[in-house]
Design a protein around this ligand. Structure first.
Ligand SMILES: [Zn+2]
Ligand SMILES: [Zn+2]
Length: 327
């Protein structure tokens, strides 16, 4: 009998029980709907899991749609970073199928396990009122800096022979990326690089005990937008890197896919600049900028083709080193 009571006491509380002492009249529109979602779902673990997964799908594919449209309109071709390589509809569909498959098989369980893990670290989920916007944006900036540094190191490790050949090569299938290719990657890569995305919030929460999941949602949304845009293949005069000079943008990451080297970070240019892992990128930009306007298109194409050849050689070398070491 006593063991039955202990089990009953340890049961997971329902949303209705959690909100028993909440004053609903003091909540704003977002907070009232936030609580309404948890109350409607009943089970808070399920409510957080479903909301996280839907948010990820909507934000990722939602951000890809404008790029799919831009790829279909020739007018925008003048801002394409590798204009001779526009993805076909078939290529985009093949990529979408694999990304969707990986979302349902690999990311869904990870999102699910995030709730208990986060609660163990003290993350607030169902709680209302929500933190002020100022606090959320400050935390998001910290997570961004953390992820950028984590990614810079982990991404370079993924370019080491055996890790490249078995894991990261898959993401490099597209030497001229497009938005949908942002999450086209090996499951192990999703796990390794995803640690940089959720590691920051978990660490912050563990250290301060003061984090609400809505800040994680704002951060993950920005991270998804950053990743999709970086793979878009377009550099517009109004792109963010022309406004914030240390922002990486598509220009930076597109070169990484073309040359299989340099530009390892995600959001910011500073680490590649500080450690000199953007030397080839900057030399390439300098050559393109030095070409007189009149014969730009032709010379640019020649420089592009040379960079592609060097990139393919660099990739072969990364693989070859591993094969030679194995023999
Ligand atoms: Zn890479
Ligand atoms: Zn990439």
């Amino acid at each position: 009998m006593s063991s039955f009571n202990a089990t009953a006491a340890a049961h997971h509380p329902t949303a209705a029980e959690l909100y028993a002492n909440t004053d609903f009249s003091s909540l704003n529109w977002l907070e009232a709907n936030w609580a309404a979602w948890y109350l409607w779902m009943g089970d808070p673990v399920l409510a957080t899991g479903v909301m996280s997964f839907i948010l990820h799908e909507v934000m990722y594919f939602g951000r890809c749609i404008p790029w799919i449209i831009i790829d279909a309109i020739p007018y925008f071709r003048k801002w394409k970073l590798q204009p001779n390589k526009v993805p076909t509809a078939k290529e985009q569909w093949e990529c979408t199928k694999l990304v969707l498959f990986s979302h349902f098989t690999i990311e869904l369980p990870q999102i699910w396990f995030f709730h208990p893990l986060a609660e163990a670290c003290g993350l607030a989920t169902w709680q209302v009122p929500l933190p002020p916007l100022k606090v959320i944006l400050g935390q998001t900036l910290l997570f961004m800096i953390f992820e950028d540094a984590f990614h810079y190191v982990a991404h370079q490790a993924l370019h080491y022979g055996p890790l490249y050949r078995h894991i990261h090569k898959m993401h490099h299938k597209y030497s001229a990326p497009f938005g949908l290719a942002a999450e086209y990657a090996h499951p192990a890569e999703v796990l390794i690089l995803g640690t940089g995305t959720i590691g920051g919030p978990l660490l912050y929460c563990y250290l301060t005990g003061n984090l609400h999941i809505i800040a994680v949602y704002v951060w993950v949304t920005l991270r998804l937008f950053q990743a999709v845009d970086a793979h878009s293949g377009y550099d517009f005069p109004w792109s963010l890197q022309h406004i914030i000079p240390f922002w990486s943008g598509a220009d930076h990451h597109d070169f990484h896919h073309m040359a299989f080297t340099n530009c390892y970070s995600t959001s910011f240019r500073w680490l590649d600049f500080m450690f000199g892992t953007d030397d080839k990128y900057r030399a390439y930009k300098k050559r393109v900028a030095a070409v007189p306007k009149a014969d730009r298109a032709k010379v640019e194409q020649a420089i592009l083709e040379q960079a592609e050849r060097e990139g393919i050689a660099a990739e072969k070398e990364a693989e070859g080193r591993w094969m030679a070491g194995k023999k």
